[in-house]
Design a protein around this ligand. Structure first.
Ligand SMILES: Cc1cc2nc3c(=O)[nH]c(=O)nc-3n(C[C@H](O)[C@H](O)[C@H](O)COP(=O)(O)OP(=O)(O)OC[C@H]3O[C@@H](n4cnc5c(N)ncnc54)[C@H](O)[C@@H]3O)c2cc1C
Length: 367
């Protein structure tokens, strides 16, 4: 049976950052299990400049990332609450520079450096069952398409599986789901006559649209709405999605002369949710698995890294000094989550144009 100090389930930004923090600042050895082969399309790319402080803490610099991993996006245009455009530097942070990242390059660099610094990584491997033994260590069952089933024993278990919170769900962590928001989108290549544009948001009756230019002459166009509205209007089908896009007043013009990079839309869970694993010892959730924020806040990637760095410190306290301090992290997370819910409610409640729309009615009653 294989053995590790810390078993991290999920190799996204939070899992890789937790591994890097542990490897940089503790003596713990680390294993990351990732179900994919790291080649899947990653979405979510708008970050504030504070991302560079976080990667600096991970002992990385902006220059360690491939060229064009980050492009500056100085302004964002919003058509929200009225047809008048409002231009700001970012949605919640008005005074910071922001960037659009190449998510594949960013996520891959983090995992590559974690491997170089000594993390053991199992790609294409899925964790399927978790048992906590009497001495509080974990026995985790895994499966790999060609290697088959095997077990890893760990002193500490970390859920970094993203919005699905797969480990939390399996070990029965209480959770609070606030909505059922989803993003349905398309990546496109800008054409010769396409103009570079500011990150743009437009609210519509069924939800809101988001478009942004990305590194390497690409752009993304996403519709955010609730899961039941997607089914009702068949919005996962390109034709219906396009019809709704054509009903927008402004954002539809941005795809003029751009070429879709796929004939299939991607669909992602974008719900707001909180997991509270305080009842389980030697276990922590980080990144989206701990709290998933509405993408309108652009808080997800920054929080994934910062929560991972803090969690790593608490894990080291417990494994190296036998001091359990992890509840401090969870209490901070809950406090920040409640603050975020307030700002989010205020932002959504600025839109009052569609009082009979299911999407906006649900958001009018948040507190
Ligand atoms: C449409 C959309 C737009 C977004 N836009 C932004 C944005 O502009 N700015 C921003 O900051 N954030 C944005 N976000 C949020 C951002 O993408 C996430 O916060 C970030 O990816 C979270 O990182 P993570 O490592 O916690 O989870 P993830 O990136 O989801 O990584 C989790 C990993 O765990 C793996 N995994 C899951 N289950 C298992 C298992 N059982 N065994 C092994 N591996 C497993 C998955 O394959 C995945 O690689 C957006 C999200 C969405 C959905």
């Amino acid at each position: 049976m294989q053995q590790t100090d810390v078993l991290i389930v999920g190799g996204g930004p939070s899992g890789a950052s937790a591994a890097l923090s542990l490897l940089n600042y503790s003596t713990c050895d680390v294993t990351i299990v990732e179900q994919s082969d790291f080649s899947q399309t990653r979405v979510g790319e708008h970050v504030s400049s504070s991302i560079f402080d976080l990667i600096h803490y991970l002992q990385l610099n902006k220059s360690d990332f491939e060229k064009d991993s980050f492009i500056p996006s100085f302004a964002s245009k919003t058509y929200w609450g009225s047809d008048e455009v409002s231009t700001t530097n970012a949605i919640f942070t008005t005074d910071e520079a922001t960037f659009q990242m190449d998510r594949e390059k960013f996520d891959f660099k983090l995992i590559e450096v974690a491997a170089k610094r000594g993390a053991t990584i199992y790609p294409r491997t899925k964790c399927v069952a978790y048992t906590q033994l009497e001495d509080k260590t974990w026995q985790v069952s895994l499966t790999h398409p060609s290697e088959g089933k095997f077990i890893i024993k760990a002193n500490y278990l970390v859920d970094a599986t993203g919005r699905e919170s797969n480990v939390c769900r399996k070990v029965n962590v209480p959770s609070k789901k606030i909505d059922s928001l989803m993003g349905i989108g398309l990546f496109l290549e800008l054409g010769n006559n396409s103009k570079k544009f500011e990150q743009t948001l437009e609210s519509v009756e069924l939800g809101w649209w988001y478009a942004a230019c990305l590194p390497n002459n690409k752009m993304v166009m996403t519709l955010f709405t609730d899961a039941d509205i997607i089914s009702e209007h068949k919005l996962h089908q390109l034709e219906s999605w396009n019809q709704i896009l054509q009903k927008s007043k402004h954002i539809k013009h941005l795809i003029h002369d751009a070429r879709a990079l796929s004939d299939k839309l991607w669909v992602r869970n974008a719900q707001t949710q909180l997991c509270d694993p305080r009842s389980i010892e030697r276990f922590v959730a980080i990144g989206d698995a701990a709290v998933s924020f509405d993408p309108i806040s652009s808080m997800g990637i920054g929080f994934s890294i910062s929560s991972a760095c803090f969690a790593a410190k608490h894990i080291a306290n417990e494994l190296e000094e036998n001091r359990s301090t992890i509840d401090v992290l969870q209490e901070d997370i809950i406090q920040n989550f409640n603050h975020y819910l307030k700002i989010r409610a205020e932002y959504y409640q600025m839109e009052k144009r569609w009082p009979s729309s299911k999407f906006w009615q649900r958001r009018a009653s948040f507190n």
